[in-house]
Design a protein around this ligand. Structure first.
Ligand SMILES: NC(=O)c1ccc[n+]([C@@H]2O[C@H](COP(=O)([O-])OP(=O)(O)OC[C@H]3O[C@@H](n4cnc5c(N)ncnc54)[C@H](OP(=O)(O)O)[C@@H]3O)[C@@H](O)[C@H]2O)c1
Length: 326
């Protein structure tokens, strides 16, 4: 199954205002209809509400955290056309299973902002209408440019508005997906941290302490967000890398810096671009979250890791890290 995000965005990334579209572009609606008719479309609860009723000739999968977590539940108002699921990832997994990994099936993710942001790491293709003007808005398309390559673009205009239709293809390493971790990933994350401490600093961490530390992040999202990279085969997804993202408030800049911690790739999957891909995904997602920048600390003797981070543009020119452990 191929996953395509389809959206129209302004030059300043605006996609919506007050749960409606900020513009009227009949050419865009026509293209949307031509591409999606006959296929399954996935959307967030607010976008479905903004439609008012289902679109003809398409099966709708709507996600809302209030719906059942691991099933597609028919909507009693349109039982054959609209289905609800409580988790975006679970919905994508169920649809992948249903398509029996048929690479000809295309699933269209049609928004809105929250769903685009969460679905971006899974997308194979973006079908975007770039409206070449800034608009006021309260919903934005995520930052994506370094994760995708533009392969086609055609310019057009309607009334005063110039726009282009563009197709972008994902640059992600083959069969690799990066996503926010869930509590089911806790054991992999804890084990990875134990292995990393042993490998990079010769430290033997206490398993129970690390497991409790990892689980407490899932219990309180203010402590951070774990991300997982996993390799996909027809049968299963195998986690191969993880990292922890934490936030630090800057009063000087009145905003958040994002810290990358504990980036670990399992040894047999190294030198395949996984680390670099994870950094790119985090950079784009952090920009989407309006973070001020990225920071991390790296062990002084870990030359290999330092090289990867420096190539990525992270540098140690400003500060030395001083510590006093209790
Ligand atoms: N220009 C375009 O191409 C385009 C396309 C589509 C939409 N839009 C615009 O985008 C705006 C709407 O975007 P939005 O971000 O406010 O809303 P949205 O993404 O359409 O829907 C958000 C809702 O989806 C559910 N949800 C989000 N992430 C989930 C997850 N991982 N698992 C399960 N459920 C999840 C939650 O529903 P619950 O609160 O029920 O839990 C959440 O409140 C509107 O202005 C619309 O017009 C523009």
């Amino acid at each position: 199954m191929k996953i395509t995000l389809i959206a129209a965005l302004a030059a300043n990334r605006v996609i919506g205002i007050n749960n409606t579209l900020p513009w009227k572009l009949s050419a865009d609606l026509k293209r949307f209809k031509a591409l999606t008719t006959g296929n399954t479309i996935v959307m967030g609860r607010k976008t479905f509400e903004s439609l008012g009723r289902p679109l003809p000739g398409r099966r709708h999968i709507c996600v809302s955290r209030t719906a059942p977590q691991n099933a597609l539940q028919a909507d009693p108002r349109w039982p054959e056309q609209v289905f609800w699921c409580g988790d975006l990832r679970a919905a994508l997994q169920l649809l992948e299973k249903e398509s029996a990994s048929d690479s000809k099936t295309t699933l269209f993710i049609i928004g809105g902002a929250e769903i685009y942001r969460h679905a971006l790491p899974w997308a194979d293709t973006l079908e975007l209408t770039h409206v070449q003007k800034n608009f006021d808005g309260d919903a934005f398309f995520p930052c994506f440019e370094s994760l995708f390559e533009k392969t086609e673009e055609s310019l057009s205009s309607e009334g005063e508005l110039s726009f282009s239709f563009a197709t972008w293809h994902s640059r992600r390493p083959k069969n690799l997906v990066m996503r926010r971790a869930t509590p089911e990933d806790a054991s992999f994350i804890a084990l990875s941290q134990i292995k990393m401490a042993a490998e990079s600093e010769g430290l033997k961490l206490n398993c129970a302490t690390v497991e409790a530390g990892v689980n407490s992040v899932f219990a309180d999202p203010n402590r951070g967000t774990y991300w997982i990279a996993e390799k996909l085969t027809a049968e299963k997804a195998t986690p191969v890398a993880c990292l922890l993202l934490q936030r630090e408030w800057s009063d000087w800049r009145n905003g958040w810096f994002h810290w990358i911690h504990s980036l670990y790739v399992v040894p047999e999957e190294r030198r395949q671009g996984i680390c670099r891909w994870m950094l790119l995904v985090i950079r784009e997602d952090s920009k989407t979250a309006s973070a001020l920048g990225l920071k991390l600390y790296v062990e002084k003797n870990n030359q290999a890791a330092q090289l990867v981070y420096k190539e990525f543009g992270l540098n140690g020119e400003h500060y030395d890290l001083l510590e006093l452990e209790f």
